[in-house]
Design a protein. Structure first.
Length: 334
């Protein structure tokens, strides 16, 4: 997954009538990888994205493919297309992006989800929600299981995203109960890999860009807060398994890597892997920054047969290489 060569080698026995899949947010970091995976699995893919945080560069190599369609569209407005399945990946996901337009973020996750649910209901389509570990807030238990109800702040600067995703989950399960809609909900834990934006403000991209520039690695707080990092290929593999699972598997289901790292450990790993001379400096802690993030993936293992298998150092090396190419290209064009 992730290479153009793999995507272009479609199966020779492609079905005459393909299943059509809508990926809302398909030009984003995660959505673009999902589009590739669906194409490789022999689906017709419609990518809808307003390009507010997604980038056309992420799907440029797909635009001329016969079974891929791009539509620039904001899901806060209704969309009417013939589809058999819908993936909702449409939302800013990094704190700087969603805090830049908190009301817009909230409406994307509430009104946008409602519009996609109504589309799924009209088309009798399966709909899959990309939810988030942020629904657990700043957890008081670790690892986080799907039945943990969370420790959340409804009024803080991150609430537009956290509460928007929680409300989206509520709508999904209400549509399922009221109308028998075929739903699936996955909660994504920290994910990294190629096509992350260099300026997205997330910890992996921040540290890698700083390391490649030999600039100070900035840690907010003590650095003892923990995160669990899942490579994008593993995550998309989990979504594909969820998509193909039996209708009774609705979730919510955690998708992430249970290997836990402190943020300061991550910083030192990236400095070492990037052969960087960057010092590590500490800044004031961010508001509502969770102290622990670690998924319990027992449900994913039991119901989907899924576990991540990409080693953190190998995944970081590939991501560092990607960012190195992006930064070199940017420098050459300035």
């Amino acid at each position: 997954m992730g290479s153009t060569e793999n995507i272009l080698q479609f199966p020779s026995n492609r079905r005459k009538k393909l299943k059509k899949v809508l990926v809302a947010g398909g030009a984003g970091f995660l959505g673009s990888h999902l589009c590739e995976s669906l194409l490789a699995a022999d689906y017709d893919v419609i990518c809808a994205d307003d390009l507010s945080t997604g980038r056309i560069e992420n799907i440029k190599h797909l635009l001329d493919l016969p079974h891929f369609t791009f539509r620039r569209h904001d899901i806060r407005s209704p969309l009417n297309v013939k589809v058999d399945a819908i993936f909702n990946f449409a939302s800013p996901a990094s704190p700087p992006a969603y805090q830049a337009d908190p009301i817009g973020t909230l409406f994307t996750n509430i009104v946008g989800a409602r519009n996609l649910l109504e589309l799924a209901r009209r088309r009798d389509a399966t709909i899959i929600q990309a939810s988030t570990s942020e629904v657990y807030g700043d957890p008081l238990i670790s690892p986080q299981r799907e039945d943990y109800l969370g420790n959340v702040n409804t009024t803080g600067p991150r609430a537009c995203y956290d509460e928007g995703k929680r409300c989206a989950e509520t709508q999904f399960f209400d549509f399922h109960r009221l109308y028998g809609l075929k739903i699936k909900v996955a909660r994504i834990f920290n994910t990294y890999g190629p096509r992350m934006r260099p300026d997205d403000g997330r910890v992996v991209s921040n540290f890698i860009v700083q390391a490649l520039r030999n600039a100070p690695i900035t840690i907010y707080g003590s650095g003892l807060q923990t995160r669990s990092f899942c490579h994008v290929d593993d995550l998309v593999g989990g979504f594909m398994k969820l998509f193909h699972s039996s209708p009774d598997i609705t979730g919510p289901i955690n998708l992430g890597n249970p290997a836990e790292l402190t943020v300061i450990d991550l910083a030192h790993r990236i400095v070492r892997l990037a052969n960087s001379k960057s010092p590590v400096v500490h800044m004031l802690a961010a508001v509502d920054d969770p102290k622990q993030r670690r998924p319990d993936i027992g449900r994913a293992a039991a119901q989907l047969g899924w576990r991540p298998n990409i080693d953190i150092d190998n995944g970081l090396l590939a991501t560092i290489d990607h960012f190195d190419q992006v930064l070199r290209h940017a420098a050459a064009n300035n």
